[in-house]
Design a protein around this ligand. Structure first.
Ligand SMILES: [Zn+2]
Length: 218
């Protein structure tokens, strides 16, 4: 269905923590898989990601990996002890070179789940992100996790520093939730569902056009 769209759409599976999940995903119709080896030590993470990249190549699937460990939890991720570990720029370059991974998700103060007081403006280590971008160059696209909430300006700043794939989730769903909250008691259920999806689409459209600058680039 996604591949029948009039614009390029890739189907991505995020945060595959268990190696068995990655094995299963490689048998499915994904275009891209994130293998989350952030609970492994660095050497294990490299060899694990490398083995997945090699198998994925034969199936024309791209692989994203995380180096370091982002703080917080995302829906669906286990509540394992996730104390943040920042991505070291030099190690990131070695990780990419040795594992052959296509996309890298760095940890530079970005967190899954709501940002604490001060928001991303306070939490992000911009200088670290800039050094990671410089170490990897434009050949390895960076992926931004931890966008709840994030101002449009912070998204643009991340894009100016190598972020090519931006994981939007909760922030983009505000309109969907607001519509349901406002209409659920007074409106027919089917109309509530349709209206909520319309509101969601508008949220996605606003990001694609006004923030990501993707209009006309398909
Ligand atoms: Zn994530």
């Amino acid at each position: 269905m996604a591949h029948a769209a009039s614009v390029p759409v890739a189907v991505h599976l995020d945060h595959c923590i268990e190696p068995s999940d990655a094995d299963l995903a490689l048998e499915c119709a994904f275009d891209s898989i994130m293998v989350d080896g952030s609970l492994f030590d660095e050497e294990q993470n490299i060899s694990y990601v490398k083995s997945v990249v090699e198998r994925a190549k034969a199936r024309n699937i791209t692989i994203e990996a995380e180096l370091g460990r982002m703080q917080g939890n995302e829906v669906g991720l286990s509540a394992t002890d996730l104390n943040a570990v920042w991505t070291d720029p030099d190690r990131a370059a070695r990780f990419v070179q040795e594992s052959g991974v296509h996309f890298l998700a760095p940890s530079f103060g970005n967190v899954h789940g709501p940002y604490p007081a001060g928001g991303a403006e306070k939490a992000w280590q911009i200088e670290r992100l800039q050094r990671i971008y410089k170490a990897l160059g434009d050949t390895t696209p960076l992926v931004l996790h931890g966008t709840h909430p994030l101002s449009d300006d912070m998204v643009r700043m991340a894009m100016a520093n190598g972020m090519v794939k931006i994981n939007e989730n909760r922030t983009i769903r505000y309109g969907y939730h607001e519509f349901i909250e406002a209409e659920c008691k007074s409106t027919d259920l089917i109309r509530v569902q349709e209206g909520a999806v319309e509101a969601y689409c508008k949220g996605v459209q606003r990001f694609m056009v006004d923030v990501f600058g993707s209009a006309g680039k398909a």
